[in-house]
Design a protein around this ligand. Structure first.
Ligand SMILES: [Zn+2]
Length: 191
């Protein structure tokens, strides 16, 4: 298993639309899933990562909201998500997000509050999962990566809603549990 390199903005490969996956029994693919999980665990307070962020434009994302400093109640833990489709959604709210591929910025992003997602798991089995709030936000953020979209594409006003991360001196750094800016696939704060 290996920790994979993460592409950062403005790398054009982050703009690619990813391909559907259907070869689930491929041992290479199964090893790659484990590397992606390892990569997620390597990021402090990181709760998700999408394959295109590692330069692999396939419709795969990994997420695990139980890794958040304050795990949202009723979260589904680690999910390996292939070819996801949102089949139902409701509500909209704004919260702060960050992204491993945009390490210097966070932003206020409008997303659906509740989503029901149909996808295939690592064995190609059909799954349907309903998520809410933080977990719903994480999967929407990761699914955007499969479309070549970054959270900055969803920001209404760059002036009002885009924030440069403050570089804190190491000794002053105090983890700030679960701040909305803390992470979709983000590094601590969070990607
Ligand atoms: Zn991201």
């Amino acid at each position: 298993m290996a920790v994979l390199d993460i592409l950062t903005y403005p790398n054009e490969r982050l703009r690619e639309v990813s391909e559907e996956v259907d070869h689930f029994s491929d041992p290479e693919l199964q090893l790659y899933i484990d590397d992606l999980i390892e990569t997620m665990h390597a990021g402090p307070a990181c709760v998700g990562v999408a394959a295109p962020q590692t330069g692999n434009p396939i419709r795969l994302l990994i997420m695990d909201c139980s890794l958040a400093r304050k795990p949202p109640e009723g979260n589904h833990g680690q999910l390996v998500v292939f070819n996801p489709v949102i089949i139902k959604w409701s509500g909209m709210d704004v919260a702060r997000e960050g992204c491993l591929s945009l390490p210097d910025y966070t932003g206020n992003v409008m997303r659906a509050v509740d989503v029901t997602v149909q996808f295939q798991d690592r064995h190609g089995e059909e799954q349907v999962v309903t998520m809410t709030d933080f977990e719903a936000r994480v999967i929407q953020h990761e699914m955007d990566h499969l479309e070549g979209k970054l959270f900055t594409d969803r920001i209404v006003s760059r002036k009002a809603d885009l924030f440069r991360r403050k570089v804190r001196s190491p000794k002053k750094r105090k983890p700030d549990p679960n701040s909305p800016a803390k992470n979709t696939d983000q590094q601590p704060s969070p990607s």
